[in-house]
Design a binder for this molecule. Sequence first.
Ligand code: SF4
Ligand code: SF4
Length: 343
Amino acid sequence: MAREIALEIVEKAASLNFERCGIIEVDRMREYGAKVNERIARFPESAGMYRRFLSLAEPDRDFPWARSVVACSWRHGVYRVPEGLAGLIGKSYLFDVRRGRNSEGYRARTEFERCMTKDLGLRVASSHDYGITSCRWAAFASGIGTIRRNNFFYGDHGSHYSLMVFLIDEAMEYTCTPTQKPCSDNCNLCVKNCPTGALAEPYATCGVACVSYLTNRAPDNGAFERYSPKIGSWIYGCDVCQDVCPFNRGEWSEDKDFPGLEELSASISLEKIVTMDYAYLREMIAPKFWYIEIEDLWKWKRNALAAMRNTGHKDYEAALAAALQDDDERIRNLAKRELAAKD
Ligand code: SF4
Ligand code: SF4
């Protein structure tokens, strides 16, 4: 019976255009906890950040009825990257389906969950935002793809996927055999090109030094300041270790427009962010790029000012002058400091 239900789940996922779907028993997530502990031992400076992930290895603590984890991969490497946003905002955030209610991925997820609950009679738990267990580990353990040396999940078309996980109350398993070739022994491109050295060695990322974390979720402005000269043009996320990877070559097809992104992108550039009204940041930018909390909107401008400085941006002077009048004292102080450094 469990096998039949597993097959129905996998078939439903395929019919909704998920690239792959696998199912593992919930105990398999314990292996993820061991990996997190290895990471904490390797990067004690990131311990505070990684300890928060340990609970993801035991999703059945919060959901004692959970028996299995369903993992699905949704390919987002098919959308046009709006002009001017490449190198500023990480692609996984541009095409984030988690809160993108009009996106195909969001709708597929909703229908998939409805089917498991209503048609198959399963008890299901999922979370749109951060996941209730490790999406990447569940996807890897179920064999729907692999994890490469840059620590990203790779499916049949490189690393550009949204991963989704669902807890269900029946014990079952449906695993796949990954088809991806391993990284070449001689390849070190991701480690070599990581701008902050966060990817210190294959499979070993110091989370608190990663540009993705520094530009959005990091609570510690001091860490951002320390790494800021190395962050380049990124203001939210970072794609470097994926962009340089040979297994991503030719894997982005740019066939479709992601709902609402083209219109929104017209309001995003380094100078537009620095001079942006906070109400606009709150109402238009924050709902899509929600890793920067509403109370931290000033960080958008901090990041954009740093990117301007790092890239020798043409409107840096004008932006600094505007930033001297900013509503937030932290931005005014940053602008003063930058101007003083120029004199
Ligand atoms: S996302 Fe950027 S900063 Fe983070 S490990 Fe990859 S290259 Fe380094
Ligand atoms: S850049 Fe090279 S080493 Fe890094 S993930 Fe890609 S193939 Fe593997």
